[in-house]
Design a protein around this ligand. Structure first.
Ligand code: ATP
Ligand code: MG
Length: 387
């Protein structure tokens, strides 16, 4: 493969014409830096370079163009726009099922390393807490770090139960926990035989149940974030999931009463009573107390608290939750892969709508994945991929 750049300027002064070219056969490394003022012709040259590389390549070649200005139009390129609004992204928790190059441990390690590179570096305690969280969430999805047979999933089948057009998020609620799900606002779909809520209401205690998928799927950043928040609450209160749910319901009931009370005061009523709501609050309180008592009573091995604290102190956990929230807030790490055309030689990632920090995050995570795939592919006789 060859890229011609022009002619040697010094030689030209001496009246000679010496072409300057980059040749893959003799190049020491494959990196090129094009620098110039705005309008100097960098984008123009980039287009020309891609055309020339395509023309002189020895086989199929894939170009990845990270287009920060959104102006690198290339003929025949497959372009995907990445923004908070588009549904596509890359799930950084997707597992490579190859027994030698993939697996849970490697994914967790590389995910943490990339996070450290893209954001402020984590301390060893935070890293350990995040590692434990990730292993737990993978385990919840049936992935066993020691058993490569569990790493394989069917990407096509592993979709959400709803396609998103019915404004329903189906939840994986075990039979024994249906009353709690109902109390938290979930509705039963007799056809699908599954509980569901409005997707925008998926926060708080209800996130203890993951979204229902048709087949086993990889976890997402959002799930890890919700899971981490629950652990944080449980560790903070020294209790279990039922108590957290009961506390949230009590708070909701009290909140409803407060709202009514304020409305009554605004109307000028002096004495406000609502027997039904008061009864509701008392019922919720009793349940919360029972849940707390139940948790304390269930302590049997003496490791219960230590189990929660394997994620370290609540401060460490809180800082990990903050990071996951920041990562999730970028809206980049979605489970739906971008619809790039596999036939197209040039894949153009239009990342113009993203902020500076998001572009960096996106590019680093994408480069990490491309690099891992290249390592797995091993040495090739010719260039197959250009970034
Ligand atoms: N070698 C060239 N021959 C003819 N036209 C050129 C050449 N190089 C650049 N141009 C033209 O000059 C204009 C600016 O070039 P280009 O967009 O590539 O600049 P740029 O360095 O990418 O600028 P920016 O930093 O603003 O993105 C374009 O209209 C382009 O078509
Ligand atoms: Mg340009």
């Amino acid at each position: 493969m060859r890229i011609t750049w022009g002619v040697d300027a010094a030689a030209k002064k001496a009246g000679q014409t010496v072409p300057v070219a980059w040749q893959s056969a003799s190049a020491i490394n494959g990196h090129v830096l094009l620098a110039g003022m705005t309008g100097a012709g960098k984008t123009y040259q980039l287009r020309r370079v891609i055309r020339e590389m395509q023309a002189t390549s020895d086989g199929p070649i894939r170009f990845h163009v990270f287009d920060v200005h959104g102006d690198i139009d290339i003929e025949g390129a497959s372009t995907v726009l990445f923004s908070e609004q588009t549904p596509y992204g890359f799930n950084p928790l997707r597992i490579n099922a190859d027994p030698h190059f993939g697996g849970i441990r490697r994914r967790v390690q590389e995910f943490i390393a990339t996070m450290n590179r893209a954001m402020r570096s984590m301390g060893t305690k935070q890293e350990a807490a995040l590692r434990n969280l990730l292993y737990d969430v993978y385990a919840r999805h049936g992935f066993d770090p020691g058993d490569p047979r569990t790493w394989r999933i069917d990407d096509q089948a592993a979709r959400l139960l709803s396609d998103g057009t019915d404004n329903r998020l189906y939840l994986d609620v075990p039979l024994g926990e249906k009353d709690e799900a109902k109390a938290l606002g979930a509705k039963w779909d007799p056809g699908a035989r599954c509980w569901h809520i409005v997707p925008t209401e998926y926060h708080g205690a209800i996130t203890r149940w993951p979204p229902k998928t048709v087949a086993r799927a990889c976890p997402t950043i959002e799930e890890v974030m919700h899971y981490a928040k629950h652990i944080l609450e449980m560790a903070f209160l020294g209790t279990g999931m039922e108590t957290i749910t009961a506390l949230e319901l009590t708070n909701r009931a009290a909140n409803a009463f407060q709202r009514k009370l304020l409305e009554a005061l605004r109307r000028g009523e002096r004495a406000f009573e609502d027997e039904k709501l008061n009864g509701e609050i008392d019922k919720c309180k009793d349940k919360a107390i029972a849940a707390f008592t139940g948790y304390v009573q269930s302590i049997s091995s003496g490791h219960e608290l230590a189990n929660l604290l394997k994620y370290d102190s609540t401060e460490v956990l809180k800082s990990v939750v903050d990071r996951l929230e920041n990562l999730h807030a970028t809206g980049l790490f979605k489970a739906t892969p971008p619809p790039f055309d596999v036939e197209a030689s040039v894949w153009r990632y239009n990342i113009r709508p993203l902020s500076m920090a998001e572009r960096k995050l996106f590019t680093l995570f994408r480069l990490e994945a491309l690099f891992a795939a290249a390592v797995q592919r091993g040495e090739q006789p010719q260039i197959v991929e250009v970034v």
